[in-house]
Design a protein around this ligand. Structure first.
Ligand SMILES: *[C@@H]1O[C@H](CO)[C@@H](O)[C@H](O)[C@H]1NC(C)=O
Ligand SMILES: *[C@@H]1O[C@H](CO)[C@@H](O)[C@H](O)[C@H]1NC(C)=O
Ligand SMILES: *[C@@H]1O[C@H](CO)[C@@H](O)[C@H](O)[C@H]1NC(C)=O
Length: 431
């Protein structure tokens, strides 16, 4: 199971890299396996966009550039066409977001951190776009941190590569000059489905990575749930598991939380972001039921305090507003966004059809009438960027996911409203 392979990887890496991981890159023979394992798995640590065209480019990539060919396909496509029927054009965007002559021009962001939530197109934004734009504009997008190489040596945390929550994002952007934080949200149904199927079918080892926030006591149980052959039963147990950090994950990341404990075998990727001294239990930290209203208000306040944010469902527009805020070359940022060839892994999405709601699972009669209804429903399977998990889900299952993740539903709704208010762009809710 996952922790064992993570440990094996770590050990192999350890042999090849007695001091610093990066020193390893020059060490071709000893580290080639370690590089494959660590960077390869890390590469897919986050979302569904596969940078296919990247492989054809000759330009060397920083860090991740050394990554070998991806060993597995991402689960699905996640970027979608902008659902902005009144979409503002590029030109209007610049108008609406540029500062008027009377306003003080804000200082250029010296440090930039990406509050990187799982399954929100964050590999694309973090590794493809932000890593390169930071380099181009000489912004600081990494931090030396004593915890990140567990007991070995100080190392560096790239602020676009790890799943950073609010507190770390704040901490890493303090210091000299203006520090900026950006994030990307996603429709909660799409995000939850994407996370579940990625863990179930593609990257189970992420359960053991500290940056995925599963407390060590819960790893065996959640692993067993993901292994259940009946997808409907497995998904239901996963969705309702009381200590699953996937629940309201976007709100959780906006609120901030102490990371789970880590040790050398729980470092996901080539660094740990846990704080070994005061570890937390993210999935049980907040009482979503009893304190939902207050928690949502705090999360909204944190959202408002961000320098910029976007939504996966309007990825192009999101890249525009973030680029404008951070002073990035807009053409380059957009062209990096374009380099994403969206890969649709239709067979995986088809599996979601088998999922029944918790009430539907109990009532055979209801289930059969529902399946008749779902058989009548047709898919709009028109190609990359046009496919959504929800098209494969029954109505009551969608509602159930929303109920369990109701704070994320509210938070993302608020993000859409703010996106319109702040940037003058409409990013419509999915039907
Ligand atoms: C994003 O914008 C580019 C032009 O900048 C366009 O060619 C592309 O189709 C857009 N992508 C989507 C998903 O709408
Ligand atoms: C690290 O913690 C995990 C989870 O508790 C455990 O399975 C593993 O054996 C530990 N590894 C080390 C090297 O202590
Ligand atoms: C409820 O959430 C608010 C906002 O985060 C927090 O200040 C408060 O302590 C929480 N109350 C309880 C009882 O957990």
């Amino acid at each position: 199971m996952a922790p064992r392979s993570a440990r094996e990887r770590r050990e192999r890496r350890g042999q090849g890299a007695p001091t610093d991981y990066r020193g390893c890159i020059t060490c071709f023979f000893m580290c080639s396996i370690a590089l494959l394992a660590s960077i390869g798995s890390f590469y897919f640590s986050s979302d569904d966009l596969e940078p296919v065209k990247q492989r054809q480019r000759s330009t060397p990539r920083p860090k991740v550039a050394a990554a070998p060919e991806p060993v597995a396909m991402p689960v699905e496509t996640s970027a979608s066409p902008p659902r902005t029927h009144e979409a503002t054009t590029l030109a209007t965007t610049e108008v609406t977001t540029s500062t008027s002559p009377v306003e003080a021009v804000p200082e250029q962001c010296k440090t930039v951190a990406f509050l990187r939530i799982q399954k929100t197109a964050s590999t694309t934004f973090g590794q493809e776009i932000m890593s390169k734009m930071c380099g181009k504009h000489h912004q600081q997008c990494s931090q030396a941190w004593e915890h990140c190489n567990f007991g070995r040596k100080k190392c560096s945390v790239e602020l676009y590569q790890y799943h950073l929550e609010y507190n770390n994002a704040k901490q890493f952007t303090k210091g000299q000059g203006r520090g900026c934080i950006v994030t990307i949200f996603r429709d909660p149904i799409e995000r939850v489905m994407s996370e579940y199927f990625m863990l179930k079918l593609k990257h189970r080892q992420f359960l053991s990575f500290d940056q995925w926030d599963v407390h060590e006591d819960d790893i065996p149980e959640i692993d067993a749930i993901l292994s259940m052959p009946d997808i409907s039963e497995s998904f239901q147990k996963y969705l309702h598991h009381p200590r699953n950090p996937s629940r309201n994950r976007q709100t959780l990341y906006l609120l901030g939380f102490p990371r789970v404990a880590c040790n050398s075998s729980r470092c996901g990727g080539n660094a740990c972001i846990c704080d070994a001294k005061q570890p937390g239990y993210p999935a049980t930290l907040y009482d979503w039921e009893a304190n939902g209203t207050a928690l949502l208000e705090t999360a909204k306040a944190h959202l408002r305090s961000l320098d910029a944010f976007g939504l996966v469902e309007c990825f192009n527009e999101s890249v525009q507003v973030i680029a404008n805020t951070l002073g990035w070359d807009l053409t380059m940022a957009l062209s990096l966004a374009q380099n994403q060839a969206l890969h649709v892994w239709k067979p995986t999405m088809e599996k979601a059809r088998a999922i029944r709601s918790s009430s539907g699972a109990r009532s055979a009669a209801a289930a059969s009438s529902r399946s008749a209804a779902s058989a009548a429903r047709r898919l709009s399977f028109t190609g990359p960027g046009h496919n959504f998990w929800r098209e494969f889900l029954q109505e009551d299952v969608k509602r159930e996911i929303q109920q369990v993740n109701s704070l994320d539903v509210e938070l993302v709704k608020f993000a859409r409203e703010e996106f319109r208010r702040k940037y003058g762009m409409k990013c419509e809710e999915m039907p």
